[in-house]
Design a protein around this ligand. Structure first.
Ligand SMILES: [Zn+2]
Length: 163
């Protein structure tokens, strides 16, 4: 459609996504062995430079496949269970490491529960949950989200070796 109407409005077109330092919301993760194993000597530097975007709407957390920043649902951060948030951060930090390694986080050849980057993140997180003493039923409860069908959930639990 040709633009024939002369508009006298101005639209500013230099919007940036607002992000905050990870360490403004998450403290002490540099002391967690599971985190240190991901980033080694760079642990503090990675966490210092990591940015988080607080979002509205639905969902939990994710890592941008463009620049590796963390996306977090603000309501989930404020009201979610502490242990869920902790384990989700471990999961997402695996993705941050994968991103820094140059891995493709959104490989469309795989569905979510079969994607190698997800399997690694889930396996890593389940190991941390076991270290903390969570029971297998508690871990299953943590892993179960409305995003997965029963069949996908079974594939995931097989992949992370929960029977
Ligand atoms: Zn993931």
């Amino acid at each position: 459609m040709p633009m024939t109407i002369a508009l006298t409005v101005h639209i500013r077109r230099d919007a940036k996504v607002v992000t905050f330092p990870f360490t403004e919301y998450f403290q002490g993760f540099e002391h967690i062995e599971a985190v240190q194993r991901l980033f080694g000597a760079q642990t503090e530097e990675v966490l210092q430079q990591l940015r988080i975007e607080l979002r509205s709407g639905r969902g939990y957390m994710g890592v941008s496949s463009e620049d590796g920043h963390l996306r977090i649902n603000a309501q989930y951060l404020n009201t979610g269970r502490f242990i869920d948030l902790y384990l989700d951060i471990i999961h997402e930090l695996v993705h941050v490491r994968q991103f820094l390694d140059g891995q493709e986080l959104r490989d469309p050849h795989y569905t979510y529960v079969d994607r190698p980057t997800e399997i690694e993140a889930f396996q890593y997180t389940v190991a941390e949950a076991r270290r903390l003493g969570l029971t297998e039923p508690q871990i299953l409860e943590y892993l179960r989200t409305e995003h997965m069908s029963d069949e996908q959930f079974q594939r995931l639990t097989r992949a992370v070796k929960i029977l």
